[in-house]
Design a protein around this ligand. Structure first.
Ligand SMILES: Cc1cc2nc3c(=O)[nH]c(=O)nc-3n(C[C@H](O)[C@H](O)[C@H](O)COP(=O)(O)OP(=O)(O)OC[C@H]3O[C@@H](n4cnc5c(N)ncnc54)[C@H](O)[C@@H]3O)c2cc1C
Length: 459
């Protein structure tokens, strides 16, 4: 393939679009490929930190053109309003501009879905961007000053991070986390127990097993009709992706995610590569769910894959395995659950100070990856799933671990039982000895009294 003048347009300057563009630019630096990155804002949004913004913390400002400096990538600020994949064109700002491409990288991300219950789109706050998070920060300050209630709807990791962050920043507010599923449900028992202790320590009221059916001004309504006072409601549950791909006739699943083959190319339009939250990617163990952890590897892979395709080389299938669930619990605490490739929990987890440092490393690493990737092809994929992604191996490992856990639990129970029996025996012996002493004393007293009576002396 003649790469000279090949036009690659990357849609979305979020976590994945940025990395895919920079990686491809470095891989094709002498090949004459023209790369354009389009984003609605010229600021890079650190979505991983938006709960910090919501709690009133100021984040560093990252300017996309600065982050791309020296890469040769052209940055276009604009909102993508339509795609024409058959003509290989992108329409910006309702027709104000048009970009033609040979290869498209679709990385437009996702947002919280406020269309799930009535009123959420009007009365609830979201973490859908810096402005939305800043609006919540302003309202949270007012609510805290008045001693009011902030409800966080959704007990996923974003909900937990937001609830703990808000509770820590605003001790004057009453924070309630409302969730149908148990918060931290995907974590192991010990990490989840730690998470619950943190929620408790920060005074967050947790209501599980309930669904919010309506968001009202000043309250949320639960299934069954109960109304819970809420001076500010943060909606974190449900995710939606832009309808642009579906509207353009690109094959999508029932949630609007682009259906891709094993090289992350659209099954209906192979010139379109989909990455990050917008792609429906299946691994041996199931479908990837949108995280930065999985998104960055899709970006690295796609940057490399496009470079190889342009050189006429074959591309190996994409492989990925999860390895952790990092959760901040305010600024001073965190818990990290390490996982199997399919995101089920391992036995190992981190907590406290070590977890805080780990989480900060995770949150700050994308920007470091961009800087390094301008010059080196570093890997941002710690786990391709390894042998555990092979179905037989995965089953065996989990089976072995489950058996080990059962064995350890049984041994612990036996030890506890034995200790309890020893304690009970000792207590019983002490009780018996005391009773015997009392009986002996009483008998001795009776004998002495009887002897004194026989001898005629007064008692
Ligand atoms: C509060 C919070 C905490 C999180 N914590 C974690 C975590 O700890 N670990 C983890 O792995 N994941 C976490 N996530 C999820 C993670 O942020 C996403 O999975 C990740 O951002 C996906 O990257 P992306 O590139 O697909 O999308 P984004 O990073 O969202 O990038 C999409 C970009 O496209 C732009 N865009 C969208 N539509 C248009 C349009 N029409 N025209 C032009 N530009 C457009 C957006 O402005 C944005 O810049 C968290 C998310 C939130 C909200």
């Amino acid at each position: 393939m003649n790469t000279n003048g090949h036009r690659v347009v990357v849609l979305g300057g979020g976590y994945t679009g940025m990395l895919a563009a920079i990686r491809l630019a470095h891989r094709t630096r002498r090949a004459g490929v023209r790369i354009t990155l389009v984003n609605a804002s010229d600021r890079f949004t650190e979505r991983l930190r938006l709960h910090q913004t919501a709690a009133g913390h100021r984040l560093a400002d990252h300017h996309i053109p600065d982050l791309l400096a020296g890469t040769g990538i052209t940055f276009v600020q604009g909102t993508v309003t339509a795609l024409d994949p058959d003509a290989r064109a992108v329409v910006l700002d309702g027709g104000a501009a048009r970009l033609d491409y040979d290869t498209l990288v679709y990385a437009l991300g996702s947002a919280t879905d406020t269309g799930l219950v009535p009123g959420a789109d009007v009365h609830a706050f979201t973490l859908n961007g810096p402005r939305a998070a800043a609006d919540l920060a302003a309202r949270a300050r007012e609510v805290a000053a008045a001693g009011g209630t902030i409800t966080v709807c959704g007990g996923g990791l974003t909900g937990v991070e937001a609830a703990t962050e808000l509770a820590e920043a605003h001790p004057g507010a009453h924070v309630t986390l409302i969730s149908h599923a148990e918060p931290g449900a995907m974590m192991g028992t010990r990490a989840r127990a730690y998470l619950y202790r943190a929620l408790d320590r920060l005074g967050v009221t947790v209501r599980t097993g309930v669904r919010v059916t309506k968001v009202l001004p000043g309250a949320v309504e639960l299934e069954g009709g109960e109304v819970v006072a809420s001076d500010a409601c943060l909606w974190t549950t449900g995710v939606k992706v832009p309808a642009l791909a579906a509207d353009a006739g690109i094959a999508v699943d029932d949630r609007g995610l682009i259906l891709v083959d094993e090289t992350l190319r659209s099954v209906s339009h192979p010139s379109v590569h989909a990455i990050g939250d917008t792609a429906a990617i299946r691994m041996a163990w199931g479908q990837i769910h949108g995280t930065c952890q999985s998104g960055l590897p899709t970006a690295q892979y796609t940057g490399d894959a496009i470079a190889r395709l342009l050189r006429g080389r074959a591309v190996k299938p994409f492989r990925f395995g999860y390895y952790h669930q990092p959760v901040s619990l305010g600024r001073r605490d965190a818990v990290i659950q390490f996982t199997y490739a399919d995101d089920t929990p391992r036995r190992v987890y981190l907590k406290g100070r070590a977890a805080v440092l780990y989480k900060e490393f995770v949150s700050s690493s994308p920007l470091k990856f961009y800087r390094i990737s301008k010059r080196f092809n570093i890997s941002v994929t710690p786990s391709k799933g390894g042998r555990v992604t092979l179905p037989k191996r995965a089953a065996r490992t989990r089976h072995d671990d489950a058996a080990r856990t059962r064995h350890d639990d049984a041994a612990r129970t036996r030890r506890d039982d034995a200790a309890r029996t020893r304690r009970d025996d000792a207590a019983r012996t002490r009780r018996d000895d005391a009773a015997r002493t009392r009986r002996d004393d009483a008998a001795r007293t009776r004998r002495d009294d009887a002897a004194r009576t026989r001898n005629g002396s007064p008692a």
